[in-house]
Design a binder for this molecule. Structure first.
Ligand code: NAI
Ligand code: 15L
Length: 264
């Protein structure tokens, strides 16, 4: 494609995408409210608050695909979540509708279902059980993406990311981890598959331990290859096992389930 927009380009996954996905487009258009440094060859750097409707419309104009990673990525006060993850996602989808409906990778989260217990295996069709305002905002994003698909034909991949870090950081992530390499391969599949539609896909590696039925990954030809089990000994040696009734042992969303409703 000619131009791929990466929102959240200054963040954890945005930096990985910038470094490793330049081959997907002639130009990477990088955007964030955080610092991104100067544009390199084949890059455009455009700071933009997702909550600014006119700026988001300009940002999306001329783009052939959108890797939407930008937004509040943890539990925070409502006003912050509302600006970036509610108004911001609406602004993005309206901008896409006005500018040729470029395909969207929507970074959803396991926190859409965080209150399921860890002994349950979920399908993407199971009812959402968000574990906080952040999780609710990702439920909203998935709902908006589906509305724009059903009403207008907008294609989106709704990727419920588990925990994407260089390595799993605790016992829960032995089940929720997605490696950066699998993330890169996932983004490639989303933008290369001829027909996408609007599937929900668990963003998780091929971990021995797992709570999610990952068969929808096959719809886009994505085969995760890494396995958090490789890090089990390291994780188990690093810290004692949490109590069985602690949120990180009990719920799929882990500690997010014990977060308060943060006030501004
Ligand atoms: P991050 O917090 O490192 O990056 C998000 C970026 O969005 C930040 O650079 C931030 O400045 C930017 N941002 C926040 N508010 C904004 C606004 N109003 N306008 C424009 N930009 C704004 O998060 P990370 O880890 O890179 O995650 C990327 C996406 O994937 C997020 O949407 C997150 O919710 C989602 N996700 C990530 C997971 C992970 O394990 N890394 C797990 C599940 C979901
Ligand atoms: C998320 O949705 C967050 O963005 C990320 O920072 C991690 O906390 C991840 O979920 C997780 O559940 O481990």
């Amino acid at each position: 494609m000619k131009r791929l927009l990466i929102t959240g380009a200054g963040g954890n996954l945005g930096r990985i995408a910038r470094a490793r996905l330049g081959h997907l487009a002639e130009i990477l258009r990088l955007s964030d409210i955080a610092g991104m440094g100067p544009a390199g060859p084949g890059e455009e750097v455009i700071p933009c608050d997702l909550g600014d409707r006119a700026a988001v419309a300009d940002l999306v104009a001329g783009c052939d695909g959108i890797l939407h990673l930008g937004g509040v990525s943890v539990e925070r006060p409502w006003d912050e979540i509302q600006n970036a993850n509610i108004t911001g996602v609406y602004n993005l989808y309206e901008a896409a509708r006005a500018h040729g409906m470029p395909r969207i990778f929507f970074a959803s989260s396991n926190h859409t279902i965080g209150f399921y217990e860890q002994d349950q295996v979920l399908d993407v069709t199971d009812p959402m059980r968000p574990d906080g305002l952040y999780g609710v905002s990702k439920c909203f994003g998935e709902g908006l993406a589906r509305l724009y698909h059903d009403k207008f034909g907008q294609e989106s991949a709704l990727i419920r990311i588990g925990s994407c870090f260089e390595k799993p950081r605790d016992r829960r992530m032995l089940a929720t981890w997605m490696s950066p390499d699998d993330f890169v391969r996932l983004v490639e599949c989303v933008f290369r598959v001829p027909m996408l539609g609007c599937p929900v896909i668990w963003g998780v590696s091929d971990n021995d331990e797992g709570w999610w039925n990952t068969e929808t990954a096959r719809l886009i030809g994505w085969r995760p290859q890494d396995n958090a089990e490789d890090f089990r000994a390291e994780i188990e040696a690093a810290a004692p096992r949490p109590a069985p009734d602690a949120p990180e042992s009990r719920f799929q969303g882990g500690k997010f389930c014990a977060e308060p409703i943060h006030q501004g």
